[in-house]
Design a protein around this ligand. Structure first.
Ligand code: ATP
Length: 151
């Protein structure tokens, strides 16, 4: 039950292009064919959560990049936006349940603050990692990694 991540990424990207025609989505693939053992419905859900956030928090600069790099035993996917970013002091908490940065700024986007907690749960259940790089006013990169599946 190995999932070929590049096919999944392309199909999620096409759905987001249809949902958000005012945004530009770009996919960069690098390395070997990326097979992973997280079931495709979970990987898809994680990608949707990350892309939904990227869209919600980058209304100022509507360019979203998805990279998928597969090398040695690790597959890495990054979702990169050029949006409002996350203040440094909030970064350690945004993966927690119900945590939302600055209620005033998040209110108009709606949401409960559950998306990232769910994403983290699925990623870690399948031996992956999730991490955040962000700069306020410049944008945010979410990185997930998984051990490459043995074929
Ligand atoms: P829900 O996912 O329940 O609909 P949500 O999007 O607010 O609501 P999370 O996905 O858990 O919840 O995100 C938590 C908070 O982290 C968000 O409210 C937002 O403040 C911040 N955040 C998440 N992704 C980004 C991003 N790409 N850019 C800027 N801030 C982000």
């Amino acid at each position: 039950r190995q999932v070929q991540a590049d096919h999944l990424i392309q199909s999620v990207k096409r759905n987001f292009e249809l949902l958000h025609p005012d945004y530009v989505f770009t996919v960069h693939m690098q390395g070997d064919t990326p097979y992973v053992s997280i079931p495709s419905r979970y990987l898809e859900q994680v990608l949707i959560i990350l892309l939904d956030n990227a869209v919600k928090f980058s209304t100022n600069k509507k360019e979203i990049i998805i990279t998928c790099t597969s090398e040695k035993q690790i597959m890495r996917i990054q979702v990169i936006d050029k949006g409002i970013g996350i203040p440094k002091q909030d970064i350690p908490y945004v993966l927690n349940r119900f945590y939302r940065v600055d209620k005033a700024r998040s209110r108009k986007q709606g949401g409960l603050g559950l998306g990232l907690a769910i994403a983290k749960r699925w990623v870690e259940k399948y031996n992956g990692t999730i991490s955040i790089q962000s700069k306020e006013g410049e944008g945010t990169t979410f990185t997930i990694t998984f051990p490459a599946a043995l074929l």
